[in-house]
Ligand binder design. Sequence first.
Ligand code: CA
Length: 659
Amino acid sequence: MNLKTLYAAVLAMLTISPSSHAQKTFNEVSYTPGKTTFRLNAPTEVDAVTSASPQQASTPSPRVTLRLYEQGQGGKALKSIKMEKAGKNQWQVVVKGNLQGRFYTFDTGHGETPGVFAKAVGVNGHRGAIIDESTTQPEGWAEDKPAGPALRPTDYIIYELHHRDFSIDASSGLRYKGKFLALTEPKAIAYLKELGVNAVHLLPSFDYASVDETQPQKPQYNWGYDPLNYNVPEGSYATDATQPAVRIREFKQMVQALHRAGIRVILDVVYNHTFDLAGSNFERTFPGVYYRYNADGSPSNGTGCGNETASEKPLMREFMKESMRYWADEYHIDGFRVDLMGVHDITTMNLIAQDLRKSHPDILIYGEGWSAGPCAYPLEKLAVKAHIQQMPGIAAFSDEMRDALRGPFSDDTKGGFLAGVANTEESLKFGIVGGVSHPDVDLQKVNYAKTVWANEPGQFIAYVSCHDDMCLVDRLKASIPGISEDELIRLDLLAQTAIFTSQGVPFMLSGEEMLRNKKGVHNSYNAPDSINHLDWNNLKRYPQVFEYYKGLIALRKQYPIFRLGSAEAIRRQLHFLPSQQGLVAWQLTDEKNQLRLFVALNANKEARQIPLPAGEYHILARDGHIDTTAKATLTIGEKGTDVAPQSALIVVQSTTPTR
Ligand code: CA
């Protein structure tokens, strides 16, 4: 070993040694077979940090007690051990012996808690679990990464999925109904691959409170926006919630199976509030420092859930950063969807993105650029949609495009472009260009934004439906009374054509491709399976719908012109034809591949003529059918061509000069 390699070896030891853990703020349990070290950030004294407001000033705990248990719930503590002060607002204790398989809580005098950063828990998440983390790795986990090349944000095709919706019905034919493992089954993987999506966005899959994990046989449903333990997978999605390692291992198996199929995994994270305030792990551990309060000392409620966390405060900021890093490192998560991102502050979101990208350069981060009420923090500092330009590499959902298509958020009975509502075309065009500044888009006519908010199209999530609100079928029925099934299908396909030909990041709710409905239920967060489940028999009822979605996704992959990825390129290569009432059409010039494409979306009940340049074209989509092989040709004369009612036309022609 020469000096240089010796130096490198020493450097490697220094940087990768276990001591790097000590740099983490949240490292509550360090297990070894010989001893386990417990640490907790809890107040040792009153100071400015602990005083959220005069009414919320924490009193320091005179003592913090660690309790060890035989079981994940029930039974008396095996031992109660006094923790020692180990610095300002730090408590620590080292317990000798092999504690693997035991459970623990901390008691700071505000009620027992597994702490704020438990990585394994007992059933229902009230006690932490001491496990050997190496037992949670599926075989081959060290080599796990998504198959295929890196993706830019606009290359993503996001499929938003709730575990139970996807697999619970008998018609799914899946074995692990409502479980993480459903997404490891060949049938599920083959289905997603055939559809062509390259990312699944999982509705909350961390440990949430509303489902009783001790009753696995009882049908229970919740979206899961009621966080309990942020850094542990949800127990009800595991085959055995009582064995702490099982949910962890099965979650990783799911990630691994999806990655092998080239499908990335995006986690829906909900740091903006907790299930409750007084009983939360945050409050039981370190009262007052994780939440925002109004001037009168009452909890602020910008989330509509009774409390609101304070990302700008040091501990919460660090918590979010370490938590997201943990999911990315430990569970190989490829992206995050940040629930009510507008509740968090801009600085924190930027710090998180920078930190994650140090080791995960391609990680996708997007969020809801709004809150659900006024927050106790200055609006100009919040990570709302209007401030996306201050957050490079972070995207937000476009309610402009969504509502242009389906109608306003506030009233399910109102329609949009799809329902033939006038003056929706410019808002739709705003969505087609991925929300970036474009000379053909008149921002004054766009429904919400009167200025652009995305610097680049990768900051713009294009969608027409998600788990919130009605799914597309229900919204079309609610906003177009008496709609026929034929019309419903036509408009459904037309809506998604807009999404998948948008220059933004396309996003779809799972099951739309099988024409799912939620029986008209708008907020189905705790509705039974009969409302939320996918009925896989629909694939036989409406095979043309799946075929069309699959075709749309294939077209987007096949033609890079649909995902230019830069605002500059969009301004140069995408030009709109003059809009008509209920019709938006544009031209895409692919200089590199010497192709010219035209896309026209016609929401009218009659065919509409568009003035395409005369010439020979190949048809990619027409009248509700897609042909990725572009076999059929279309000769367009001087009068242009017709776009069939309530459908899209996509044609392509070569611009290679003929000799
Ligand atoms: Ca749970």
